[in-house]
Design a binder for this molecule. Structure first.
Ligand code: ACM
Length: 611
């Protein structure tokens, strides 16, 4: 049997053409959109779970092509580009599931891109740029360093990337000395015609100097410019987040991402392990949680939301986590695991009994369109599950910090729950924010008592009793304002404003592009067009501990689709995390992207050449 499928954007609508060379009786068209779908013509909506829908079609005759016209149920959404077309499409006919080919080509298209502009003469072909660089005008031919044990991590990185080793017997010697004034990650590298020497503030400083030498060797073709390079980061937190709940990224992709981060001197990996669609970590305290939600699709607890199709998913074993941790350790990267509560928990609520109030008659919907994606803090089972679960997850990761989520609770959450009504009366709470803040403060307090630091998205600061408290690290994502406010209330903050740092947003408004758009479009230039300490927030500058890029996986169906979304924009976020304010502007980062292009090509990482 041959089935064909094509989808295209037509104004606010999506036109789908399903062709078959066999007669099909009462087929059901299953697929997912970025947000809850509606049907304008060609079928009848029979089931919807968030962006996933099942549409009953009329009988299809052999040789026919049938048109289904889709819209988004919420008129605030309309299709912007190919990522908004149906993902994971298939037909259910009786008990059989028949995959449909993708209705469009998936992922970013390669483009030639604008011609690379030359680097300004005062710049090194290096991201991030060093804090200070004084050129002597000479040159050193460099291919490798004589072995330095502490640089084996960088040497292994070079080998994995398919580059010439950094360390080789009899090669250029590197004299190492210590200078605590440089700070734990800082270093001062002298490149002279006679050879190399480095002063370091700590082990991470030597690692960073090694990354600089490896990079300059690649970007200069082995002809290092001579001079003095004094370097240390503006921020201690230079992060990359990866949503492995919506799309199950293989461990090999995660390891490659850590390698790419290390090349940019980024040092925090935020591993988003749970969301509405799945719980990915093979935990011992709640085996049913991951066993029941690791895969989604036909016959699973969670249907094929966000491109799940007939079946997609996976879970991370203890051995998988150990591989990620070993790689991170070798690259001076810390790993922050995230377990999402109380919202973004549709899969958790479905998999485990007792996390919802059976008397809750509320129909509040999440932004993604779920009507049951929040655990209930008035249920004893919620605490019986969450306390051991969060403790186990935190204990698996040596960083000693756990991210608890806390974003995007549906408006009016728990309003229909008699148990929460009683909780509110008892604890002096009024709004959903108050209830979430109370719950997070309680959960965080128990973790802090065990020596675990907690982190959460910006919403965790809300609530009449001050929200999560407990010296939580908060992530400001809807913009920078919530981060500034949280910092004024005593929280340390990581800035990851979607408008500049969300790599799942499309680069441009081109309908042929690929990505989300709720916070606008993020061309490379926008990743540097901001200051993590915005104007007027100088008073809380010490509370802003860093920056982070985020990649959400709603429309990712294959690991490599993320590559061109992450690169070259990761150059901009690495720059923001390291360099003093205002050092690199849009034109300069564009020129540096041109310089890094050949390296990305050499290491086999796809990058968006066009936008
Ligand atoms: C988020 O993007 N919902 C943190």
């Amino acid at each position: 049997m041959t089935l064909t499928f094509r989808a295209r954007i037509d104004g606010r609508q999506i036109r789908c053409e399903i062709g078959t060379d066999h007669a099909l009786a009462a087929p059901v068209f299953c697929f997912s959109l970025m947000a809850a779908p509606a049907v304008a013509a060609g079928g009848t909506l029979v089931r919807r779970v968030a962006g996933y829908a099942e549409v009953a079609l009329p009988d299809l005759a052999a040789g026919s092509v049938h048109e289904v016209v889709l819209e988004h149920a919420d008129p605030r959404y309309h299709p912007r580009n190919r990522a908004w077309l149906p993902l994971g499409p298939y037909l259910r006919v009786g008990r059989q599931c028949l995959p449909l080919p993708p209705g469009t080509d998936l992922g970013l298209r390669d483009g030639d891109g604008p011609p690379a502009t030359p680097l300004a003469p005062d710049r090194l072909p290096l991201v991030p740029q060093p804090t200070e660089w004084t050129s002597s005008g000479e040159m050193l031919a460099f291919s490798a360093l004589a072995p330095v044990a502490a640089l084996e991590g960088v040497d292994q990185l070079a080998l994995r990337l398919g580059l010439v080793p950094l360390l080789a017997a009899g090669a250029t010697a590197l004299a190492v000395s210590e200078d605590a004034t440089l700070g734990p990650e800082g270093y001062r590298l002298l490149i002279a015609p006679e050879g190399l020497s480095v002063a370091i503030g700590g082990a991470a400083g030597l690692h960073n100097a090694g990354i600089t030498l490896l990079t300059l060797r690649e970007t200069t073709g082995g002809k290092l410019p001579c001079g003095t390079l004094t370097d240390s980061p503006r921020f201690g937190w230079r992060g990359q987040h990866l949503d492995c709940a919506r799309h199950f990224f293989g461990i090999d992709f995660i390891l490659r991402l850590l390698d790419l981060m290390a090349l940019m001197k980024m040092n925090r990996f935020h591993w988003h392990l749970s969301d509405d669609e799945s719980f990915r970590l093979e935990v011992e305290t709640q085996p049913l949680l991951w066993k029941r939600t690791a895969f989604r699709g036909e016959g699973e607890l969670v249907p094929g939301v966000f491109g799940g199709g007939i079946r997609a998913g996976g879970s991370y074993s203890r051995a998988d986590v150990e591989r990620v941790l070993a790689r991170a350790r070798a690259l001076h990267i810390e790993v922050l695991p995230e377990i999402e509560v109380p919202a973004h928990s549709h899969g958790m609520v479905k998999a485990l009994p007792g996390l919802r109030d059976p008397g809750d008659n509320g129909e509040e919907a999440s932004v993604q369109g779920y009507i049951d994606n929040i655990v209930n803090p008035a249920m004893p089972a919620t605490w019986e599950v969450l306390q051991p679960l969060t403790e186990e997850v935190a204990a698996r990761f040596p960083f000693g910090m756990l991210h608890l989520g806390a974003d995007e609770a549906p408006h009016g959450a728990w309003d229909g729950s008699p148990a929460v009504a009683a909780l509110k009366a008892r604890e002096g709470l009024v709004s959903s924010d108050d209830v979430q803040g109370w719950m997070l403060a309680r959960l965080a307090g128990r973790l802090v008592a065990k020596g675990i630091r907690v982190a959460a998205w910006e919403e965790a600061a809300k609530g009449v009793q001050g929200g999560i408290g407990n010296a939580a690290l908060l992530f400001s994502w809807t913009g920078q304002g919530p981060g500034v406010e949280a910092a004024r209330r005593g929280h340390d903050v990581v800035m990851c404003p979607a408008q500049n740092a969300y790599f799942d947003l499309a680069h441009t408004d081109d309908p042929d592009d690929w990505g989300a758009s709720w916070a606008g479009f993020v061309p490379l230039e926008k990743t540097v067009a901001w200051d993590p300490v915005p104007k007027g927030a100088e008073d809380i500058a010490p509370r802003i501990v860093g920056v982070q890029a985020c990649f959400w996986g709603e429309f990712t169906t294959e690991d490599d689709q993320a590559e061109g979304m992450i690169a070259p924009r990761i150059l901009g976020i690495a720059t923001k995390g390291w360099e003093p304010a205002g050092r690199t502007d849009g034109a300069a980062i564009r020129a540096l992207a041109g310089t890094y292009g050949p390296i990305l090509d050499r290491i086999g990482w796809k990058w968006n050449r066009g936008a």
